[in-house]
Each structure stands twice: as C-alpha cells, then as structure tokens.
Write a protein that binds this ligand. Structure first.
Ligand SMILES: Nc1ncnc2c1ncn2[C@@H]1O[C@H](COP(=O)(O)OP(=O)(O)O)[C@@H](O)[C@H]1O
Ligand SMILES: [Mg+2]
Length: 204
C-alpha cells in the first residue's frame, strides 16, 4: 500500500483540498483508497461525505479500512506535531502544498529542517497553491527557495482560483500551468503523472 501524506507548515494552504482531490482521482481510476483525516479540523471527512453522496458508484473504492487498499491518503494537521511526525514516518510520498508569499519563504527553511529530522530521504513534492499568477512573488519564491539544496521538486502549481481566472482573461498569466482548486481533468492528469513518477522511485 502506498501512503500519500499531505502536510504543510501552516493551515489553509490546501492540504485537505489536495488530499480530497487525490482520493477522488484514485477512486475514479478504480483503485482502492483508504483515508485518515488526522486533522481535528475534520475538513477531509466532510468533503468525502459530500463527495460520496454525489458519486455513490465510487463507494466500493473509498473506505476508512486500510486492509486491501492500494493507497492510503493522510491529511495531516499543520506544523510539527506527533500526528504529523507519525504520518511522515509512514509516508511513501509526502505532498506539501505551499503559498509563495514572504511569510512562506521564512517558514520554509524550518519546514525543510523538520522534514530532514522526521522523514530523512523520503520522497517529497511541493504543490505551489493559491498564488496570484500575475505577481512577481512566484519568481522570487522560485529564486530564493527552490534553489536551496534539498528543496523538493514542484509537482504542480495551482494558482488561486479567482486570481487565475482574472489573469487568464486579461492575458497576464506568468506561470505556465493554471488551475483552480477544482482542477480541470487535464491539469489533474499532469499532477498525477508527476506524483506517480516520483512514487515509482520507491520501487513499490
Ligand atoms: N487554488 C485555490 N484556489 C482557491 N481556493 C483554494 C485553493 N486551494 C484551496 N482553496 C481554499 O482554501 C481553503 C483552505 O484550503 P484547505 O485545503 O482546507 O487548507 P488546509 O487543509 O491546508 O487547511 C478552502 O476553503 C479551499 O477551498
Ligand atoms: Mg485541512
């Protein structure tokens, strides 16, 4: 069983959104997926309840039971805490959504330290989320953060849904890919491929 862990240094960056869409994508691919909503906030549980009402045909593929599951998706509480550490240890692949503002830049080196302490050498990917695709912040983030040694690769970039729409309409997009938090099928496929490729390196 492959364990996909969504984790980040702080809340509201897109962990639950990412976890939810991963579960949806796996189920639509007719693979069995189990989940753990490890965040007391409980938004993954709520999302799945709604999702399964809308897509009852996917019920056989989505369960809290890990026996027989192909994948386990864990939505972590943000930051460095016991639950997150446990999940990071179990992970086959760690997925870290991050925004790209100055506060994130400050937090990022701390995040990399936590990762090297609790999940040394684990496969990890970044998902840049909720940014304004017209802002130069993304360029600065790329220059200052992504050049650091040990910085995980970017698997996907999800601009803020509204900002992306506006930028796209006005022809101001400076980022090469774009999707809202309900990604279009094509964009989702790109993420899936990148994530699966990275996961393939575990030899599972
Ligand atoms: N790319 C995006 N564009 C617009 N809204 C987003 C995007 N990603 C996430 N959101 C919204 O931001 C809020 C926080 O996301 P969530 O996944 O719950 O964060 P976390 O689990 O990290 O706390 C949610 O309301 C979600 O719908
Ligand atoms: Mg959450």
């Amino acid at each position: 069983m492959k364990v996909l862990v969504w984790w980040s240094s702080r809340g509201t960056v897109g962990k639950s959104t990412g976890a939810a869409h991963t579960i949806g994508a796996i189920a639509f691919a007719k693979k069995r997926v189990a989940w753990i909503d490890a965040d007391p906030e409980g938004s993954l549980n709520r999302w799945l309840e709604r999702f399964l009402k809308k897509h009852p045909q996917l019920r056989p593929f989505i369960s809290e039971e890990t026996d027989g599951a192909d994948y386990l998706v864990i939505d972590c509480p943000p930051g460095d805490n016991e639950r997150a550490r446990q999940a990071l240890q179990w992970a086959s692949l760690i997925l870290i959504p991050t925004t790209v503002g100055p506060t994130e830049r400050e937090r990022f080196s701390h995040l990399l330290t936590t990762l090297s302490q609790h999940a040394p050498g684990k496969l990890t990917g970044l998902i840049l989320n909720q940014f304004d695709p017209t802002a130069n912040e993304i360029r600065r983030f790329k220059a200052e953060i992504l050049q650091q040694p040990n910085c995980p690769p970017i698997l996907a970039a999800w601009p803020h849904r509204q900002a992306w729409k506006t930028a796209w309409t006005e022809g101001k997009c400076v980022w090469e890919t774009g999707w809202g938090h309900k990604p279009a099928a094509e964009e989702w496929k790109k993420f899936e491929q990148a994530a699966w490729q990275l996961l393939g390196q575990t030899g599972w």
